[in-house]
Design a protein around this ligand. Structure first.
Ligand SMILES: [Zn+2]
Length: 410
């Protein structure tokens, strides 16, 4: 039973997968082959001309060893939050190779009855480089047999070989009961998902809420106005399709946290920096309070990068076993999405710069860096220059542990 606003939000989440404007796959592939060749030059060009991407921070006496002057492309990377259509796998693999990403976890892995078998076949044919989460039909929540559906689906996901479960933001912002009322993230009807995932050893990648700006009036003074203009349905200001007020950002975060607390034996991967990139103090408190919570960085470097570099560096070091690299890159036959997007898909030429902006932020202490996703706001960020052992955990070691993966031969 699919309800109108559940469909709406599911559609919004999947928007990059269903763009109206068709992009020639072969044109994209031809361009990325060219870019793959250029990417090595891109790294060395960064070394020679740091001023082009931000100036180094001055050293201070007594400070820890200086951060790297430039990103180290030899560090392996696992991206735990990607959206890859199996039909676009060749392009995705080229883009990953050009960015040094060894494994990508595909949050759009599909359902056991539709999509997941193709994603599992892709994992095999890619030599383990594109690894799927599986998806569930949350809109079936009002059905009396929902718990049985969940159990059968997650059991099938595990049997087929999915490595985790993806729960989109429609949980809390789209899935409704039989009267059209939003069901909160921590509604007991969803308990079987998280209990079963824990028993089956499937980590849950969960997106709850959205940027704070999407809960404010979508007017020209909203700092995410460009995105809201391109995607009016991303606004959660005002009333739901059912005429009730949207839940607040804070209440959604509280629902998310109660959900994490209720299932201590289930590993939660809080998408988008624990769903609270605007509030690193809250993220740190949640990580402290819930040992079963880890978080990804997907599509939120621009947001958490606004906080003082020293504060963020300290947070990444303190919680070095709990933060996993993710980008939210979308690669589908309809186009690319680099963390977010405007009215049109992103250009393939923008992909090297998208990843380079991440590496510069994490690995160097350059100031005034361009963010990976400029449409999220017109500001620059300062690099946090993490120590190498912390970078290794962020980039791949934590993901190997959480998902039980091994690095394929490079
Ligand atoms: Zn995503």
């Amino acid at each position: 039973m699919i309800k109108a606003n559940a469909k709406q939000v599911n559609h919004l989440h999947a928007q990059p997968l269903r763009r109206k404007r068709a992009v020639s796959y072969f044109a994209l592939l031809a361009r990325v082959v060219l870019l793959t060749g250029l990417s090595a030059a891109c790294w060395s060009c960064t070394c020679r001309a740091p001023a082009a991407v931000g100036s180094p921070a001055p050293a201070s006496p007594g400070s820890p060893p200086p951060a790297a002057a430039a990103p180290d492309p030899s560090l392996p990377k696992i991206d735990v939050h990607m959206h890859i259509a199996p039909s676009s796998a060749q392009l995705a693999l080229q883009l990953m190779a050009s960015a040094g990403i060894t494994i990508g976890l595909n949050a759009s892995g599909g359902y056991p009855e539709h999509g997941l078998p193709d994603s599992i076949a892709l994992e095999r044919s890619s030599g383990g480089r594109i690894v799927p989460y599986c998806n569930l039909q949350l809109s079936r929540a009002p059905d009396p047999d929902f718990a049985a559906y969940v159990h059968a689906t997650l059991t099938a996901c595990k049997a087929l070989g999915a490595r985790g479960v993806k729960i989109p933001k429609s949980l809390g912002l789209g899935v409704v009961d039989n009267d059209g009322r939003l069901l909160p993230v921590d509604h007991p009807v969803f308990d079987p998902i998280f209990d079963d995932a824990g028993k089956l050893g499937l980590p849950v990648l969960i997106h709850s809420g959205d940027p704070k700006a999407f809960f404010r009036p979508p007017t020209a003074d909203n700092e995410r106005y460009q995105e809201l203009l391109a995607h009016p349905g991303w606004s959660f200001y005002g009333k739901t399709p059912n005429g009730e007020p949207w839940p607040s950002w804070e209440s959604l975060l509280d629902q998310f946290e109660r959900r994490v607390a209720r299932h201590p034996k289930t590993t939660f991967l809080g998408a988008h920096f624990g769903n609270a990139a605007e509030d690193p103090d809250r993220v740190a408190r949640m990580l402290q309070a819930h040992p079963n919570l880890v978080i990804d960085t997907a599509a939120r470097v621009p947001e958490f990068g606004r906080h003082a570099a020293a504060k963020m560096r300290a947070l990444f070091i303190e919680h070095q076993d709990r933060i996993l690299f993710g980008s939210d890159l979308g690669v589908t036959p309809d186009g690319l999405s680099l963390g977010s997007s405007g009215a049109e898909p992103d250009a393939v030429e923008a992909v090297p710069g998208f990843f380079l902006a991440h590496w510069l932020y994490f690995e160097t202490q350059r100031r005034g860096l361009k963010t990976p996703t400029p449409i999220q706001g017109a500001w620059t960020i300062d690099g946090i220059g993490l120590p190498r052992p912390v970078l290794e955990k962020l980039y791949y070691r934590n993901a190997l542990r959480v998902f039980g993966l091994t690095l394929p031969h490079r």
